[in-house]
Design a protein around this ligand. Sequence first.
Ligand SMILES: [Zn+2]
Length: 264
Amino acid sequence: MTKTTTTDDELSDKQIERYARHLVLPEIAEEGQLKLLNAKVLVIGAGGLGSPLLLYLAAAGIGTLGFVDDDSVDLSNLQRQILHDVAAIDQPKVDSALIRLKALNPDITFQPHALRLNSANVDQIVEAYDLVADGCDNFNTRYLVNDACYRQKKPLVSAAIMRFEGQLTSFRAFEKGDKPCYRCLFGNEQIAEKGSCADVGVLGALAGTMGSLQAIEVIKELLGIGESLSNNLLLYDALGTSFHRMRTRRDPACSLCGNKAPAN
Ligand SMILES: [Zn+2]
């Protein structure tokens, strides 16, 4: 008999076929695929990093996939934002993303959030998810998301790109030990403004490299497989074709998670 529906603890025949290449990996298998199908992931930004990230997470069968973006598609986005196309120009990015992602995997619940995160809405939105992946293009949002994830004890997988360079890490500063938060590594807002991709440029395919690596880290964090990047910062130099991994630690003076920070 063909199984066409699924419960939370059983794959349908269609799902067994769709996720066959995951199911043969002993590190994922049916148990891991069910974990992915029951996971709720929020992606910040449906742009350069968000495009490959959302496409791979949807393809991987993340059961509930939320995405936040308040922007519309512009012709200058199409150099790297592969979720969107010419027909979507001037449309909200979340609408364009939803059409593409639904066509890729109708198995998933998509939750588009057409808004800009701020201190009044960030906690309520983050609360509904198990993990957050940040691929936004501005520092204010990065701090908001970092702080909300720390307060709510949600893992945060964070990537950034500029010019020919990318960086990637995971944050689990809410755990005991010396795992840092975003503020530990990059300080506070007032010293963080270093320019944007619009000002200094970015190689389009770099978004693909870093967004794909970010999708892998999200899946690893959800499944608890391999090595978490929560004590490392991965740096990619596209011109030098080199990866460099730096050990990271909590800053005891961090205003959010340091020794003198207000207890959560
Ligand atoms: Zn910190």
